[in-house]
Design a binder for this molecule. Structure first.
Ligand SMILES: [Zn+2]
Length: 427
């Protein structure tokens, strides 16, 4: 177990550490898709005043009794009904998210549902289904063994006396970690552990609400982006291609967190660009490019490592003003990505993330750079779990060593921070 701890008076609550190197996971395809968007929808029956197209219009409903957006419903028909999605070419599908319509009147939640795929000659239940939850006011997810098909049916069975309906359906090749949730609506089994985590944080960090340099504060100070300085704490050289790969990897990993916020609980950004605005090195000759796409800071040493100029750093200028930044305020940096030769484990806080230079450069194309993901979690306030585990949850990213990807529990801890801080920003 390797520790690194970097404590500053202003961020004791955030100077957190990680440990337990995990083996990087194999590359996967891009996350987060919705194949329903490109499908043609048909149905066994649609009430004349309802809209079949509503099920794939991309609108995340506010609640099952949605009186605002178009819906698909079968009133007054009862029994079993289905919506079918058809694509011109076969699609690989591993999960479906279904948001049920329930108007508290003639259309109620189904008593059961299932997903069926077309084999070329018949419809059959998808294999290996994880289960078919039926809950109001949320997406209900079923995951299954991948099917390759041009036609998929979402079949709903009524409770016998009511009709059924759907507000939205999503079909995924690579499902996002957790189904989208427009409001604060965690799965029932996570409500208690999430409450334990938040109470623990309130009891542990006496400045939890007074601290004003969480990653959230940085995003909102910029109105929707983050700037990063690379502290190249290494004797290695860097090519222009490697420079761009570092930026791309950081962007890709950051996107995993921010994608979890899209459409959730009034989060205003569909994406949060991450820009690398500066590189700090000991010797200019280590950087093998001559263009001016990033600012370069040479031999500005702090903590025995190169850093970008302090007048440009948010950590040193928490008012958010950068009058003495040589490149101007637009070249300020909110965080440092600190890559150190031979450094084991990682560290993260409001100042950024630190990990081994070799680890980062050897995992540029990894699907999940789990140390970086964990340290970004700290930048956004998430805690460590060295000495306790909330009840009823298994491995998760922020419990170092127990998971190598962002889990559903990590997702809701992240969203819980937004829930508690969002009024700062007028949401
Ligand atoms: Zn940690």
């Amino acid at each position: 177990m390797t520790w690194n701890r970097r404590v500053s008076a202003s961020l004791a609550a955030l100077a957190l550490c990680t440990s337990n190197l995990l083996v990087a996971t194999a590359a996967q395809a891009a996350p987060g898709d919705n194949l329903a968007w490109n499908a043609t929808a048909t149905a066994s029956y649609t009430s004349s005043w309802e809209s079949l197209a509503a099920v794939k219009d991309g609108v995340d409903p506010p609640r099952s009794n949605d009186t605002t957006n178009p819906r698909w419903g079968t009133w007054p028909q009862t029994g079993t009904h289905w919506v079918e999605l058809t694509w011109p070419t076969a699609q690989t599908i591993r999960a479906v998210d279904a948001y049920f319509f329930d108007d508290q009147g003639g259309v109620r939640l189904p008593s059961a549902w299932r997903v069926q795929s077309w084999s070329g000659s018949a419809f059959a239940d998808v294999p290996g289904a994880s289960g078919y939850p039926v809950a109001a006011d949320r997406y209900n997810r079923v995951s299954f063994t991948a099917v390759n098909t041009t036609r998929l049916r979402i079949q709903l069975t009524s409770n016998g006396t009511s009709s059924v309906g759907l507000l939205e359906v999503k079909a995924h090749t690579n499902p996002p970690t957790a189904p989208p949730s427009p409001g604060w609506n965690p799965p029932a089994n996570l409500v208690s552990p999430l409450g334990q985590v938040w109470t623990h944080q309130e009891q542990t960090y006496n400045n939890l609400y007074g601290f004003r340099n969480y990653g959230w504060d940085q995003v909102f100070a910029n109105r929707g982006y983050l700037n990063v300085c690379v502290r190249w704490d290494s004797s290695a050289t860097v090519s222009a291609a490697q420079r761009d790969q570092v930026h791309a990897a950081l962007t890709r990993q950051y996107k995993k967190w921010f994608d979890l916020m899209v459409g959730h609980n009034a989060w205003p950004y569909s994406e949060v660009p991450v820009r690398v605005v500066g590189w700090a090195v000991r010797d200019r000759a280590q950087l093998q490019w001559s263009d001016t796409s990033v600012d370069i800071y040479v031999n500005n040493i702090r903590e025995n490592a190169p850093q970008c100029a302090e007048p440009c750093g948010r950590f040193f200028n928490q008012s958010g003003q950068y009058p003495n930044c040589p490149g101007g305020a637009s070249r300020h940096y909110d965080q440092s990505l600190w890559l150190t030769d031979g450094f084991g484990g990682g560290a993260g806080g409001d100042w950024g993330q630190r990990m081994g230079r070799e680890y980062f450069m050897n995992n540029l194309n990894a699907a999940n750079m789990h140390i970086l993901l964990h340290e970004i979690g700290h930048t956004f306030g998430l805690d460590d779990f060295y000495d306790w585990t909330p009840s009823g949850v298994g491995g998760f990213l922020m419990k170092a060593g127990s998971a190598s990807t962002i889990t559903e529990f990590d997702t809701w801890m992240f969203r819980d921070w937004w829930r508690h801080l969002k009024d700062r920003y007028g949401y």
